[in-house]
Unconditional design. Structure first.
Length: 244
C-alpha cells in the first residue's frame, strides 16, 4: 500500500512539472524512492522525470552512465531498471581524478545492479551489449585540448559498438549559439547542437528527436556555464539517437 501511495504521489509531482508527458510508473517509483531523499531536491531543476522518460529506459535493461559525476543519474537508473537490469557508471582513465570521491561513495551505497569503475582506457566499453548510453554535460569536453573531431568520431564509434541494435544514445549538454560549431567548447563550455547532431549521425546513428524541457530562451549563450548569472540555468539540449 505504501509503495502504491509513493508512486501516485510521484506521478502527481512529475505530471505537474511536465504536463504534456506521461511519466512511466517505473520512473516515478525510482524518483520517489525514500533512499534518494538526499538528491530529490534537485529533480525539478534537472527535469529528471521528463528526461528519463524521454530516454525510454525500462526495467530489465542495461544502461551506461558515462562520466557520472556524483552518481545522481546512476542512482535513478538503478531504481528504474530494477534487479533484472544493470547499470554501468564509467569514468575514463583520463578522468580518474573526478572519481576519487564519487566512486567510493557510489560503491558504498551497495547498489546490487550497479558496476562503478574507472576504466583502463579513454573510450567506453561494456562487457555486454547495452540498451542505453547516457552522458550529461560531457560531450563538449571530448574535442578539447586539441583532440578535435577525430576524438568525437572515436567516442561515438565506441558508443555505437557498445549498443545493441535498436539501442539508444542520449546526450545532454549546454547549447551554444547556432553556427558556433565547437568554438566554445573550451571557453564557455558549450557546443552547437547542430554540430552534435551532425557528428553523431555521421557515426551511423539515427536522430530520434529532442526533448525541450531543459531549453531556456533567456540564455543568450554568451556566458561561461560556470558564470553565477547563468549557472544551473543554461539553455540545454536533450538529444536522442538510435543505433539501427
Amino acid at each position: 500500500m505504501m509503495k502504491a501511495l509513493i508512486a501516485v504521489a510521484a506521478c502527481a509531482v512529475v505530471a505537474a512539472a511536465t504536463p504534456a508527458q506521461t511519466i512511466p510508473s517505473p520512473v516515478a517509483r525510482a524518483l520517489a524512492d525514500p533512499v534518494r531523499a538526499d538528491q530529490q531536491g534537485d529533480d525539478a531543476r534537472r527535469q529528471a522525470a521528463a528526461v528519463v522518460a524521454f530516454s525510454g529506459l525500462k526495467p530489465g535493461q542495461t544502461v551506461v552512465d558515462y562520466l557520472p559525476g556524483s552518481g545522481y543519474w546512476t542512482r535513478i537508473f538503478s531504481g528504474v531498471v530494477g534487479p533484472k537490469g544493470r547499470v554501468f557508471a564509467l569514468w575514463p582513465v583520463a578522468g580518474a581524478r573526478y572519481a576519487e570521491k564519487s566512486l567510493p561513495a557510489l560503491k558504498g551505497r551497495g547498489l546490487a545492479n550497479v558496476t562503478a569503475e574507472v576504466q583502463a582506457t579513454n573510450l567506453p566499453t561494456a562487457p555486454v551489449p547495452v540498451d542505453l548510453v547516457w552522458t550529461v554535460q560531457n560531450y563538449h569536453d571530448i574535442p578539447n585540448k586539441g583532440a578535435g573531431e577525430p576524438a568525437l568520431r572515436a567516442f561515438d564509434a565506441a558508443v555505437f559498438r557498445m549498443l545493441r541494435h535498436g539501442g539508444t544514445y542520449v546526450i545532454i549538454d549546454h547549447a551554444d549559439k547556432p553556427g558556433s560549431e565547437m568554438t566554445g567548447t573550451e571557453t564557455t563550455h558549450r557546443i552547437d547542437p547542430a554540430a552534435v547532431k551532425r557528428q553523431v549521425t555521421s557515426a551511423g546513428f539515427t536522430f530520434v528527436g529532442e526533448s525541450r524541457v531543459l531549453r531556456n530562451p533567456a540564455d543568450d549563450h554568451s556566458k561561461n556555464v560556470f558564470d553565477p548569472a547563468i549557472r544551473g540555468k543554461t539553455d540545454q539540449f536533450v538529444y536522442k539517437f538510435r543505433k539501427p
